[in-house]
Design a binder for this molecule. Structure first.
Ligand SMILES: CC(C)(COP(=O)(O)OP(=O)(O)OC[C@H]1O[C@@H](n2cnc3c(N)ncnc32)[C@H](O)[C@@H]1OP(=O)(O)O)[C@@H](O)C(=O)NCCC(=O)NCCS
Length: 218
């Protein structure tokens, strides 16, 4: 029987834990859908100022305008790639919802198996919904899923030192600051330093959502 390994190739066996959906109060996580294209494109274009300081792009070649990179056609291309990666067990591309409407994304990427059992996460929320704990709640559900059904041991997040809201997300969830990665990602036309944060399954025996919500209610 085929199994997923470090060099995961295309397999007919669904990778563990995908597809997956969960909700907590008004926040949900579920696979991105083809019919999210209109809402995704509208939100991404409207939030250019909000998102562009934090989003990487390939350094080579001419810069494609933001509006073009976030058209409904670009969404279709992105979704095709993400779905292939998800099928191969390398990625979990979650839509984040608030009251069942698309509100942002949490993407678990670079899933490595073997002795590492690790992945990294990226996330964003529509600026209109910032400050309501949407991403900490979604990320807590995603990490709990990674540490249970998906079977990962470690999840990391890399954040620019200047990105105070994003640092607050990982700090509030109890990720450890582990590293300074110098000139780590090409963002806003330069190689930017990032702080490396991580959490391992042993850190949260009670589950991250439970820890986060009990803290919220304290
Ligand atoms: C980082 C981000 C995902 C946080 O999501 P969120 O759902 O707003 O998270 P929270 O509600 O926990 O708020 C986190 C912090 O944002 C800041 N914040 C709160 N309200 C805010 C608002 N209206 N506008 C901007 N920042 C706000 C606060 O510092 C807050 O920390 P606090 O709870 O200690 O006060 C969101 O700010 C975002 O999408 N930013 C742009 C994209 C990005 O930076 N992605 C991450 C790249 S590593």
């Amino acid at each position: 029987m085929p199994s997923l390994s470090c060099a995961a190739g295309t397999t007919d066996v669904a990778p563990p834990g995908w597809p997956y959906s969960a909700t907590h109060d008004r926040v949900g996580i579920r696979p991105l859908r083809i019919r999210d294209s209109g809402a995704w494109s509208e939100s991404r274009i409207r939030n250019e100022q909000w998102l562009s300081p934090w989003e990487g792009r390939q350094p080579a070649g001419p810069e494609v305008p933001w509006r073009e990179r976030h058209s409904t056609q670009s969404y279709s291309g992105m979704l095709r790639v993400l779905r292939r990666e998800a099928k191969d067990g390398r990625c979990l591309p979650f839509a984040v919802t608030y009251d069942d409407e698309l509100a942002g994304q949490v993407t678990v990427a670079s899933i490595v198996r073997g002795a590492f059992q690790s992945a990294n996460v990226g996330y964003w929320v529509d600026g209109r919904l910032a400050g309501r704990g949407v991403i900490p709640t979604a990320l807590a559900m995603v990490v709990d899923h990674c540490f249970t059904t998906v079977g990962l041991h470690r999840v990391e997040a890399n954040v620019r030192p200047e990105n105070i809201p994003s640092r607050r997300v990982v700090e509030k969830l109890g990720f450890r600051q582990e590293a300074l990665h110098e000139r780590f990602l090409f963002i806003d036309n330069a190689w930017r330093d990032h702080l490396g944060f991580a959490v391992t399954v042993d850190d949260v025996p009670e589950g991250l959502l439970r820890r986060w919500t009990s803290r919220e209610n304290a």
